[in-house]
Ligand binder design. Structure first.
Ligand code: ANZ
Ligand code: ZN
Length: 858
């Protein structure tokens, strides 16, 4: 007997695959391609179980498709720019590059131990100058094509890190890294003009049939198309400012007669014009600016306003005026930065009106309520209904009233119907060091001048001082000083670097030709694109995917991607999280699973013997210390066990709970297969005939082939695993029977185990490769075609018929599909459940409906 020793087997096969370049691929027009992409990680230093799950799933697909004859591209790289490297460099007094590349080295080694079938020859890191040089080339092409602009905008400013933050990086009004309260500032920034594409990005979601519905919905909501009216209200300014009218944007023109105030953003030009003239207003606006610009924050912050003393004239009634407030919940870069407030039908307006004691007049009434009884309490009525209190609109539906108000506003040339998007342009400027420099020069005479392509990359300087806050590139004594590429005068480099989301918005394209001296190679891109299957976390469901979709379009319009749908990812799968129960000591300390002993469902701290509270199973995280280190698991059980367990327990889209018992179970199963192999009789030729027992086992085998194939195609890996367990049980039963060594049963046992080995090779590639070799399989398992089910063994030729006695179901019969009527009748009468009622007498009649039912009449 030999032992299953993953520590010996796994490196052995990894070496063989590497030496043979098994997973390295080239363009090959004679074979169909398949591109499977796992979201690349940030090189934080160690891979975690979430990566193991994600990459195992990708590997199952990649290896399976390869066995199906596809030329499979399965690359891996590193999303390597970003703040953490700068922070780590500061703390550990190293350089971001040193830290990043060391982490990449460590994580690459970990990934290699997992035996994922990556084409490592294509590895890239976004911080490689070869990569960001091409990103800079793309930037220049986008700039020329009009996909890039430079404009002034309000940004979230982190006063400690001294950088601009994306809305998502502002959490509860504080910078995600520094924790400092975020301020609003106006800065000139670089933008990708994604909002120009809002409409097509929205329309194309329809075609993403192999994306999860929830992701499609999130994309659509993020783009947020709405139909509205932009129209002008005359202002009564009492001479404070010269400002004849205020243009507002609304998606609810129907509610025009419910207006009780107008509101403008603290950043609105009118607010600025009034700041010096209305006492207290400047302070109020400054105060508003101290909070971030994120929508979430604006939604949740207390609604506050400042009455400017101006009044706005109702567009349909010159005698009706409403106060004009500056209000903290109005964004400058949405609509016109000005609104009319209808407290009865908008929650923000209602909160505001209650606070400042403004009218709350309902103008839309639910159809099942009497208008005179309809009152608004603490909740605005936001549903549809019929118009009330609205003069000539009364009785109309909301939609009818919208159309009518837009028509009247347009007729009076007071306004225009417009389509608006929530999606804003993508600000990509970051005042950080560890990112791709934006390749332009500012010349006092020529303005913004693109760096000539032959001068790319604009490399990051290596000698930087990260210990002082602010932008190290701006502070660098010489780096930014250049001569203008156009006129030769002294000029300054752009010191902003690109948002790291830019780096990850085209890596999928770069993988098709990672060494090309242009961003992509047309032939390779044409052959490999699109990504057939993309796999990753749902946390990237909005921004990363949207930006990639924008990039794919911009790249195909600048000639960097083939003219196709413009969508980069044909199919998307988002896997669930890896969870673990949590352990907490009475003094509040979180304990890691390694520090805890569990017995009889109770937990104690191993070192002290103290009782520990077991908390719910939640996503593995460093803060709760409920993580399990992949290396430790690989060390103890081998990579195949970790991989197999990751696929076993839960549907892939759901969360999976990591438990010691679960891992043990997976490990036991792999060991069991190994022992089954040891006990297998010698290889035998296919016998001429099979008895019932051997046939049953063969049927189980071939049904498993069919089932597992469908399960892999359909991302139901846990079901595939369950089938493999069942087949192993069936083989074990056949092996323990008296006739186990008979030629037909021996053949069926071998066929069954061989099938398990082949079907499991995408899941547990090392163990199965070793078993294949030991069982005398030809060549390498990894080069074998996927097994085919014998259809004569997968279709059922036995059917189950219900048997009735006098019309009541009393039992069931298993009969051959094509059994003769007389045989079925005989079987029915001999069935004990029927015989009970006959008490030895012959029945009056037996009715057999072939394929349906048997009825015995007594
Ligand atoms: C009057 C009104 C009445 C509104 C009503 C809503 C309900 P969505 O649907 O998300 O596009 N709005 C317009 N510009 C704004 C800005 N810059 N900052 C904050 N709010 C703004 O939102 C459109 C609605 O949000 C608009 O329709 C406007 O309020 C408000 F019963 O106008 B509404
Ligand atoms: Zn110049």
């Amino acid at each position: 007997m030999t032992r299953y020793d993953p520590a010996a087997i796994e490196p052995k096969w990894q070496d063989v695959w590497r030496e043979r370049r098994t997973f390295e691929v080239e363009v090959n027009h004679s074979r169909p391609k398949y591109y499977v992409l796992d979201m690349f990680p940030y090189p934080s230093g160690r891979i975690h179980m979430g990566h193991v799950r994600n990459y195992t799933m990708g590997d199952v697909i990649a290896r399976y498709k390869r066995a199906r004859g596809f030329n499979v591209l399965h690359p891996m790289g590193w999303d390597a720019f970003g703040m953490p490297a700068e922070n780590a460099a500061m703390q550990n007094n190293t350089h971001p590059a040193t830290w990043t590349y060391a982490n990449i080295g460590a994580m690459r080694a970990q990934l290699k131990k997992l035996g994922i079938s990556y084409d490592w020859s294509r590895e890239l890191a976004t911080c490689d100058p070869e990569y960001y040089a091409q990103q800079q080339a793309l930037f220049l092409d986008f700039l020329e094509a009009g996909f890039v602009s430079r404009k002034s905008s309000m940004v979230n400013w982190d006063p400690v890190d001294m950088t601009v933050l994306a809305n998502e990086q502002v959490i509860d009004g504080k910078g995600w890294r520094s924790g400092a309260p975020v301020e609003r500032r106006e800065l000139t920034q670089w933008f990708f003009r994604i909002s120009d594409m809002a409409d097509e990005l929205l329309e194309a979601i329809e075609g993403l049939g192999k994306w999860p519905d929830k992701v499609r919905l999130m994309q659509a909501n993020w783009i947020g198309r709405s139909q509205g009216l932009q129209f002008r209200w005359a202002l009564e300014t009492s001479g404070i400012v010269d400002w004849p009218e205020l243009e507002v944007f609304t998606t609810r023109p129907d509610t025009i007669f419910g207006a009780s105030f107008c509101g403008i953003s603290p950043d609105h030009p009118l607010a600025k014009a009034l700041e010096g003239k209305v006492e207290g207003l400047a302070e109020f606006c400054a105060d508003c600016r101290r909070s971030g610009t994120s929508e979430e924050e604006i939604e949740t912050a207390e609604k506050r306003g400042f009455d400017t003393g101006l009044r706005a004239v109702h567009p349909f009634d010159p005698g009706w005026t409403v106060p004009v407030y500056v209000a903290n919940f109005i964004l400058m870069d949405y609509g016109t930065g000005a609104i009319f407030g209808v407290p009865a039908h908008d929650q923000r307006d209602l909160d505001f009106a209650r606070k400042y004691d403004l009218d709350v007049l309902p103008v839309v009434c639910p159809s099942d309520v009497n208008a005179s009884d309809f009152k608004i309490g603490d909740e605005a009525f936001v549903d549809t209904g019929r118009l009330v209190n609205s003069r000539f609109l009364d009785g109309m539906t909301v939609d009818e009233a919208k159309v009518e108000v837009i028509r009247l506003a347009e007729q009076a040339t007071q306004g225009e119907g417009v389509t608006r998007y929530r999606l804003r342009d993508w600000g990509v400027s970051r005042q950080r060091y560890w990112g791709a420099p934006i390749p332009v020069v500012h010349c006092p005479a020529c303005g913004v001048v693109p760096v000539p392509k032959e001068d790319l990359p604009v490399r990051l300087p290596e000698d930087v001082d990260l210990s002082i806050p602010g932008n190290p590139l701006e502070r660098h004594p010489t780096w930014a000083d250049v001569s203008c590429p156009k006129c030769g005068a002294a000029a300054r480099r752009e010191t902003d670097t690109m948002d790291t989301f830019v780096d990850s918005s085209w890596y999928f394209a770069r993988f098709t030709a990672p060494k090309a001296d242009t961003p992509t190679d047309p032939e390779a891109a044409d052959y490999w694109m699109n990504v057939d299957q993309y796999i990753g976390g749902v946390e990237h469901a909005i921004l990363h995917l949207l930006y990639s979709r924008f990039f794919a379009r911009a790249m195909n319009r600048t000639g960097h991607l083939p003219e196709r749908s413009g969508e980069p990812f044909d199919a998307l799968f988002t896997q669930g999280m890896v969870c673990h129960e949590t352990y907490r000591a009475p003094d509040g300390r979180w304990l890691s699973p390694e520090e805890v002993t569990i017995a009889d469902g109770a937990a104690t701290e191993t070192s002290s013997g103290n009782r520990i509270e077991i908390g719910p199973s939640i996503k593995m995280s460093k803060s709760k210390r409920n993580t399990v280190d992949p290396d430790a698991i690989i060390g103890q059980y081998g990579a195949d066990t970790a991989r197999f367990f990751m696929l076993s327990d839960s549907p892939p889209e759901r969360d999976v709970e990591w438990t010691a018992a679960g891992v043990e179970g997976a490990s036991r199963f792999l060991n069991r297969l190994w022992r089954m192999m040891e006990k297998l009789p010698d290889g035998s030729a296919m016998p001429d005939a099979f008895g019932a027992e051997a046939t049953a086992l063969r049927r189980a085998t071939h049904k498993t082939i069919a089932g597992v194939t469908l399960d892999i195609e359909g991302f139901t890996f846990n079901k595939a695993v369950a089938r493999l367990y069942e087949l192993a049980n069936a083989i074990a039963r056949a092996a323990s029977n008296a006739g186990a060594a008979q030629p037909d049963i021996a053949f069926a046992r071998r066929e069954g185990l061989e099938t398990i080995v082949r079907l499991m090779s995408p899941m547990a590639p090392h163990l199965t490769e070793e078993m294949w070799e030991r069982m005398g399989g030809a060549d390498l398992l990894v080069d074998q075609p996927w097994p085919e089910a014998d259809s004569s063994l997968t279709t059922d030729d036995v059917i189950v018929l219900p048997v009735q006695v006098n019309g009541k179901k009393r039992g069931e019969l298993e009969v051959a599909k094509d059994a003769a009527k007389e045989d079925i009748e005989a079987l029915a009468l001999g069935n004990p459940d029927v015989a009970r009622f006959l008490e030895g007498r012959p029945p009056r009649k037996v009715i057999v409906v072939p394929g349906r039912i048997v009825n015995v009449v007594i």
